[in-house]
Design a protein around this ligand. Sequence first.
Ligand code: FES
Length: 137
Amino acid sequence: MAYSEKVVDHYEHPRNVGSMDKDSGDVGTGLVGAPACGDVMKLQIKVSPEGIIEDAKFKTFGCGSAIASSSLVTEWVKGKTLDEAAAIKNTDIAHELALPPVKIHCSVLAEDAIKAAIADYRKKSGQGEDEAEQAAG
Ligand code: FES
């Protein structure tokens, strides 16, 4: 199957590959796997005190479309608020990369990964729904 030009571009020149310290208080980490194929994606965000995503990194063990999807998402989320980043849809990714139907789950992985990273950050920073200490307020 032929990959689209954009997939090949991100695959050959992936943006923001790497890792951040997952124990750092301003870093959120999302680690997700695709049941369909076993591919794994790690996506991390670094959030400013104002709630803006300053940096993003990924490591993906998966197909070209998964690598391209995560590379694209790390570019998209930089400069966004957490809510804006959480609103990214896999369909936006699939459309941008012109993914064929059999590769849609690769973009779902990227959406899940950014959502998981945001949830992790919120939990750490005390914005999580369940973990928030009610007594503290
Ligand atoms: Fe599974 Fe792409 S084939 S993530």
